[in-house]
Ligand binder design. Structure first.
Ligand code: IDP
Ligand code: MG
Length: 137
């Protein structure tokens, strides 16, 4: 069974959306395999977002992602990598369709970082890499 890595970001936790996001995962029929609330360190963030570290907006992402706890987890199900990305919606909430998590709960970029409630691995290879970073160390 396919697995992916997901995370409820600090904005989702602060706004009381942990239950909402987990409910959507369960309602869809995906299985929560691992679940862990924790603070992200700079080292973990740089490894997780290694392809973004050199972007000009990385400092604002870092400030946002370390502003409070996240809920990290692994979910499994048929084609869960692609399905979970579809359930999240577009990166920029302004472009995310209603019915998606980002389209239902987020609005405009906020102070240089795009705050969009939740994360999902973007491919099978990313899922394996992120699961290893977060849960196999
Ligand atoms: P994704 O989360 O939809 O996979 P990525 O391009 O992998 O999008 O970017 C990771 C995260 O970094 C985004 O979810 C968002 O929080 C933030 N981000 C991406 N691009 C920008 C940008 O241009 N400005 C500010 N923040 C960004
Ligand atoms: Mg991404």
């Amino acid at each position: 069974m396919e697995k992916t890595f997901f995370m409820i970001k600090p904005d989702g936790v602060k706004r009381g959306l942990i239950g909402e996001v987990l409910h959507r995962i369960e309602r869809r029929g995906f299985v929560i395999e691992e679940l862990d609330m924790r603070m992200i360190t700079q080292d973990l963030l740089e490894e997780h977002y290694s392809e973004l570290v050199d972007k000009p907006f990385f400092p604002s992402i870092a400030e946002f992602m370390m502003s409070g706890p996240v809920v990290a987890g692994i979910i499994s199900g048929p084609e869960v990598v692609k399905s979970w990305r579809e359930m999240l919606g577009a990166t920029n909430p302004l472009e995310a369709h209603p019915g998606t998590i980002r389209g239902d709960f987020a609005t405009a970029p906020n102070g240089g970082s795009i705050q969009n409630i939740a994360h999902g691995s973007d491919s099978l290879a990313s899922a394996e890499r992120e699961i290893a970073i977060w849960f196999e160390k």
